[in-house]
Design a binder for this molecule. Sequence first.
Ligand code: SF4
Length: 348
Amino acid sequence: MIAETDPQKMYRAMQAKLAGVVPDFELKIKSEFAAEINRLKVEKNAVILGHNYMEPALFHSIPDFVGDSLELARRAAQTDKDVIVFCGVKFMAETAKILNPRKTVLLPSEKAGCSLAESITAEDVRELRRRFPGVPVVTYVNTYADVKAESDICCTSGNAAAVVESLKTDTVIFIPDEYLARNVAKATGKHIIFPTADPRKKFEDDLDYQMIGWPGRCEVHDKFTVEDIVAVRKQFPDVTILAHPECSPEVVAASDFSGSTTAMIRHVENTSAARYLLLTECAMGDNVAAANPDKEMLRLCSVRCPHMNQITLEDTLESLRKNQYVIDIPEEILKRAARSVERMIAIG
Ligand code: SF4
């Protein structure tokens, strides 16, 4: 975080960090927004949380804390500020609200959704429970509050395998990310089936399944292919490729390392490969490049999340000025969702 409230000083601080990553004319404009956000943040007793996928000028300037969903959920649980501004997408801001029901949580853009969160509804989860009675539901945090409320426990890409193992049951419903479910099944040695979305179709009773998935996908990580990896390796044989577990199991298998965004950042920080390529939302590659000027990051990526991309410094400033957009969750959903999220946080 750069705490400056003076636009000139903010510009120089951002330039020192981001020259070569963000064009200078952009830094000049954005440093003015960032300085004003810092001033308002103090005035309103607000904390700003920034996801690893935020664009570099935002990521490296205004957030008090940056990280992945799990780290930011933990930060949200610990804050003593009156207002939480969530520079991320709606399901993340909802998680912050679930953990801080009495605080004001703001999301700077109403359009910051998520293809995974939209792939499943609370009624879908109730239907799965009817079809598989007694089977615990593990829900990825990339879901809305009403889906979390129908679940037994949440997980992130960083702790999904540990959460599944913690349940000590033979069968688990794991929703909604198909690829994450497959990657977790591989890591835990479980078999997996995907129920059809058509409730009229029944399952074979003697099917040997241990994880029941759901056909949701992240529209960003779904774009990376094994062919991409083969082409990059041909050009840069010494590259280390890191894939997010929302990528397909084939892409993960063809990569050198797979982990949550935080695990990927730590891997780059703690190793000394000739060069790195991150298979995840592309703003993160820029953020890692800016934070590690001594490491060579291949910048071949052009896949931006259209939802994360909605969050800008301009919108964050408007959010603080106008107190918008307030996250509101009905009390009854909030309480049940809190149980699933708190169970996950207790596991770590
Ligand atoms: S990157 Fe994928 S999972 Fe994350 S917010 Fe965007 S669509 Fe959702």
